[in-house]
Design a protein around this ligand. Structure first.
Ligand code: SF4
Length: 342
């Protein structure tokens, strides 16, 4: 196929984006699907998917390119021009960002247009007709954005006007029902489709609450966000984060991702969590006694109980196996008011 047939689609891994890619392939375009990877998705790269999900569902009809967009994405999560959705999901800014990146790739690689799997009226806020048009208008190439699943219900785009794609070939799906898409998937012989990523964490109420704490306390960094995905997140004095592992896999992750200034805690004599205090600078053990004692107590709180009252908590870091040892009485697990569970 000649390079002039090249087009780029926004790809989330969900059914609508698969359908739009497949439809475009069937019209004879050379489709490349762009997967924008952020910290808020459950997997980072389409190659990571089990059982070769992609090949199984679309029979290898199009390529997927994964693009790490975290730096730009974190900026819009911090301060979205068009505000948040129900939780900390800056969907309008996010779509504008992804489209702008796709349009940039289109120009650089001589593509004809970009397209999305959006369906008119499917989501309450971000997929209303006016919002879709507003999104396009705020990109660098409004006329080059085709939405094949609802294209007939939207104003003609430049590729349609130029005859690159026939308006008749576009669909007119709208609304929240998934019926037409499910039928179409059957017709196109798509199998095992679904949302392998489990969606975007920014739409999750609980995760958004935790993220808000990072934003409000100037702790909004990639590392803090990664640790936020673990269950037992505490804040001390709204300045330090203490995270306590819940299962072995989390303990391993905590230790593996620790930097040299982070302090780690464990009890060696019994099954115990690994606890971490995240810190950008070296923490003096004496000066930060209250913080360190709190992390040690939390480690004991979640350790398996034994017959004696006293637990020995080992404090260590990435480079030193034992910086200190703190004795904690299991009957004395009172916590300072500075500690909050987030
Ligand atoms: S749900 Fe997440 S990935 Fe999807 S548009 Fe909104 S912010 Fe972007």
């Amino acid at each position: 196929m000649s390079a002039s047939k090249k087009i780029f689609g926004l790809f989330s891994g969900g059914l609508d984006s698969i359908l739009s890619c497949k439809l475009m392939c069937d019209l004879g375009f050379d489709v490349e699907a762009l997967y924008f990877s952020t910290l808020f998705q459950k997997f980072k790269n389409f190659d990571d998917l089990p059982n070769n999900y992609f090949f199984d569902c679309v029979n290898g009809n199009f390529k997927i390119r994964t693009i790490d967009i975290n730096d730009k994405f974190l900026e819009i999560v911090k301060k979205p021009k068009f505000g948040y959705g129900k939780n900390i999901n800056p969907c309008i800014d996010c779509k504008i960002l992804f489209l702008n990146e796709a349009l940039e790739i289109m120009r650089r690689e001589n593509g004809l247009f970009v397209f999305t799997g959006e369906v008119l009226g499917q989501r309450p806020k971000s997929q209303k007709k006016n919002t879709l048009l507003q999104i396009s208008k705020n990109t660098s190439g409004a006329g080059y954005i085709v939405r094949p699943l609802s294209g007939k219900l939207l104003p003609p785009t430049i590729p349609e006007i130029k005859g690159i794609i026939k308006r008749d070939a576009l669909l007119e799906i709208s609304g929240r029902s998934r019926e037409i898409q499910t039928e179409l998937a059957k017709k196109l012989n798509l199998r095992n489709y679904g949302q392998p990523a489990g969606g975007c964490l920014l739409t999750d109420k609980r995760f958004s609450e935790k993220l808000k704490h990072l934003l409000e306390n100037n702790l909004f960094t990639k590392k803090q966000i990664e640790y936020l995905k673990l269950n037992r997140n505490y804040a001390f004095d709204n300045k330090y984060k203490i995270i306590v592992g819940r299962i072995e896999k989390e303990n391993d992750l905590i230790e593996f991702n620790a930097d040299v200034n982070d302090l780690l805690f464990t009890v060696d004599e019994v099954p115990s969590p690994t606890t971490i205090i995240l810190s950008d600078e070296k923490l003096d053990l004496k000066e930060n006694e209250e913080l360190i004692l709190t992390a040690a107590k939390l480690t004991v709180k979640y350790s398996d109980k034994k017959n004696t009252d006293i637990y020995k908590v080992r404090v260590f870091n990435k480079t030193t196996e034992k910086l200190s040892e703190i004795s904690i009485n299991k009957n004395d697990l009172n916590f300072s008011e500075k500690l909050i569970f987030i």
